[in-house]
Structures are given as structure tokens and as C-alpha cells.
Design a protein around this ligand. Structure first.
Ligand code: GLA
Length: 406
């Protein structure tokens, strides 16, 4: 995978990764040859739940993510551990595991198994390694810690095993681990947002044909605030898979009225309006979200390109309303934060990010007003729920890469 454009690494990242390296040595013992990789998380700004409906999405990578410390071995044993969760795994590359373990380890394990098989099929012999995962991305908050670990693992193996994969091939390896090994029907947005990130840009990805471009975001006038409700997304996996299924059913119903539609995103609103009386009302609401959100994402793109930040923020808030009312993936804590942003003049717009059902909101803010907005969101949330939410300003990131520690 080609290295992303080099920006000097932030001192805080080097410090945190340095601490992670010390943990690695504490766990596996001293020795030379340790290497370090970083893979970011992401926030989605526009195009909520469109990726698995073939629609356009506009995510951006953030300057928090997964740390991978790795040391090649002279045999074919792989050992994986993490400071982030319980458990680990050890196996021989000559006898790859074929069962999930039911813990965080399944994500990187799925990637290792896939790329080890490919290496063997290409006539290569993958070497074993000791790996430790860590990071500074809140887990389970909708910032895509799972895609971050999977894409980072793909890049690390590509580098150590000399596979010569492109960024998009790493994205697909990560996606197939999540879908086929872990078993979540997630879309392509998250690994793409991470694997093909460019700093100071929002990714424009059309999920129908995977064409993409990088749209500049004016960091001097816009800041992205991420507020964590602290609500665990317990329903996320089951309800997410249900939305995927419902959208599939809505498409099957509506395509009869629109024979050239290849996915739900292609269905015109007029066809939905005509079919609505015969349709299951829940499926009709899911389809309405997808059709209107597709139109809104194209509009947001236009606003971004001409610097129309007020219109951009309004699109974001409309997205949230649609995710809340038509797609049913919000919760009272997320809604309150979005309302609080609406009442704050320096906030341009806000929405839930990720799949929903808890986790974080993302708020678009005029640069310079971050502290004012942070105080307003915190005060409103505390008054209602009696606890202070975590509000953070994230910078952008240029995608997964190997990092040389000083
Ligand atoms: C999760 C999924 C993504 C996407 C979003 C909703 O993050 O992993 O593929 O569907 O939800 O936009």
C-alpha cells in the first residue's frame, strides 16, 4: 500500500505510541525489530446509512485511532494481545483458526486469516509475529474502531509480508473480515474513509461504483466537535442488520416500479409516493430516508465546494431528523445534543455519527467557537442527565501508516 503524504506526527501521538511500545515489551519481552503502525478512526458527516444502499457518503478520518506494535518472529506463530480488551490469541500460520473467538480479537484475526491464505496461495510463506493493539479512539462510540483495527492490520501485514496491496485492496480485506469472519453486515464506508483518507479533506465516496474523490474542507473556518453521550450501543449490531434487511426488502418492492434501479438509492421519490399505499409503512419510511438523504448528500457536496457553511450545517441537522424520524436509529441523549447545537448560534449543524443507537454526535462549528459550543452542549446535557458528556475537537488524519518512533 502506498504511504500517505507525510505530515510531521503530533507529539501526543508519538508519546502515546511510545507508551504502547513499552507495554509491548513488558508483555512479550525485550528484543529488536519492533515496528509501529497507526490507523485512524472516522466520523461520517453526510450520507447516513447510505453505503449499503449504494448511495454517496462524506466521511472524514480523525486524528485518533488504533496503535499496532509488531515484531516479526523466526517461526510461523502469531500471538495477538491488546490493552483495549480482555483476551488474546496464539496460533500457528500453518493451522489457521476457523472459529470466531467472540471477542475484539476476531476483527484482526479475520484479516490475518484472509491475507495468510492469499500469501500461501501466491506461493509465499508468511512469517509469524507478535502483535499488540492499543489506541486512543473511544471504542463502541460510533467512531469506527472496528474498521480502524481491520484496515490497520491489513496495512501492517501488507508491509511485513510484502504483499504489494493497494489502499483499496486493504479496504476490501478489512471489509471482508468484518462481514465474513465477524459477521456484521456493515457497508464499505468505514474502511474506505480510513484506508483512503486524505488530511484536510472529506472523502466523497459513491458506494454504488466505489468511485471516490477528496473534497477540501476549510479547516480555518470549520471545526468538528464530537460529543459522546456515553450511551452504549447495545442494539447496534442486531438493529443495524435489521435496517440492512428492511432496505433490501424495500428495494425489492419498489424496483417493480423502476426497472433500471440497481439499488434503493436509485428509486425516484415519485415511485415511492405511488407505491406507498401498498407498502409496509416501516419499509416506506426506511426508503424515504434513503431517497431524501441521497439528494441531501449531493446538496451538501455542492455547499462544501462553494464554502456555503450555513447550508452545509442545515443539511447535517436535517440528516439527524431523518435518522430519528424515518430510520429510527436515534435515542433521547443524541436528540438532546442535536437540539442543544441547534439552539447555539455558533454551531452550524449536528447529527448522530456512525450507526446510531447511542454513541456520539458530530457538530459542525465555526472555527474559534469550539469552547462556546462545548460549554453549551455540556451544560444542556448535564442539566438533563446529571453527568457531563465528553466533548472533543478532533483534527483530521491522512490514513493508516507506519510510524517511526524517536
Ligand atoms: C456503521 C456501518 C457503516 C454505515 C454507518 C451508517 O458505521 O459500519 O457501514 O452503514 O453505520 O452510516
Amino acid at each position: 500500500m502506498p504511504a500517505p503524504v507525510n505530515h510531521p506526527e503530533a507529539p501526543l501521538r508519538l508519546e502515546r505510541m511510545g507508551a504502547h511500545a513499552v507495554e509491548f515489551l513488558g508483555h512479550y519481552g525485550p528484543g529488536a525489530g519492533l515496528r509501529h503502525f497507526f490507523s485512524p478512526g472516522r466520523v461520517n458527516l453526510f450520507g447516513g446509512h447510505l453505503d449499503y444502499n449504494g448511495g454517496p457518503v462524506m466521511p472524514t478520518a480523525i486524528d485518533r485511532g488504533t496503535f499496532i506494535a509488531v515484531r516479526p518472529r523466526s517461526d510461523s506463530i502469531v500471538r495477538m494481545t491488546s490493552g483495549l480488551g480482555q483476551g488474546g490469541v496464539e496460533f500457528d500460520l500453518a493451522r489457521l483458526p476457523d472459529q470466531r473467538l467472540g471477542s475484539w480479537v476476531d476483527y484482526p484475526l479475520g484479516v490475518v486469516i484472509d491475507l495468510a491464505r492469499r500469501t500461501c496461495m501466491g506461493g509465499g510463506t508468511p512469517v509469524g509475529m507478535d502483535i499488540s493493539f492499543g489506541g486512543d479512539l473511544p471504542i463502541g462510540s460510533g467512531l469506527s474502531s472496528s474498521a480502524s483495527i481491520c484496515v490497520g492490520t491489513a496495512l501492517m501485514l501488507d508491509t511485513l509480508w510484502g504483499l504489494g496491496m493497494s489502499a483499496v485492496e486493504c479496504v476490501h480485506a478489512a471489509l471482508s473480515a468484518e462481514r465474513e469472519f465477524v459477521g456484521v453486515q456493515c457497508g464499505i464506508m468505514d474502511p474506505f474513509a480510513i484506508g483512503c483518507a486524505r488530511r484536510d479533506h472529506i472523502l466523497w465516496l459513491d458506494c454504488k461504483d466505489e468511485s471516490y474523490e477528496h473534497l477540501p474542507i476549510d479547516q480555518a473556518s470549520l471545526a468538528i466537535l464530537v460529543t459522546d453521550t456515553g450511551v452504549k450501543r447495545e442494539l447496534a449490531a442486531s438493529e443495524f442488520n435489521l435496517r440492512v434487511q428492511q432496505c433490501g426488502e424495500a428495494y425489492e418492492f419498489l424496483r417493480r416500479g423502476s426497472s433500471d434501479a440497481e439499488c434503493l438509492r436509485d428509486i425516484p421519490m415519485s415511485v415511492l409516493d405511488a407505491c406507498r399505499p401498498q407498502m409496509d409503512p416501516v419499509l416506506a419510511r426506511r426508503a424515504e430516508h434513503v431517497i431524501r438523504e441521497t439528494q441531501r448528500t449531493f446538496l451538501a457536496r455542492e455547499h462544501l465546494l462553494v464554502g456555503e457553511t450555513v447550508g452545509l450545517g442545515a443539511c447535517m441537522s436535517q440528516t439527524h431528523a431523518s435518522l430519528r424520524d424515518l430510520y429510527d436509529v436515534s435515542c433521547p441523549e443524541l436528540d438532546l445534543l442535536v437540539e442543544a447545537a441547534r439552539d447555539c448560534p455558533q454551531a452550524l449543524g449536528a447529527r448522530l455519527t456512525g450507526a446510531g443507537f447511542g454513541g456520539c454526535t458530530v457538530t459542525l462549528v465555526q472555527r474559534g467557537a469550539e469552547e462556546t459550543v462545548r460549554a453549551a452542549l455540556s451544560a444542556r446535557f448535564e442539566a438533563q442527565y446529571g453527568r457531563v458528556p465528553t466533548v472533543e475537537v478532533f483534527g483530521g488524519d491522512s490514513g493508516p501508516r507506519e510510524i517511526q518512533l524517536p
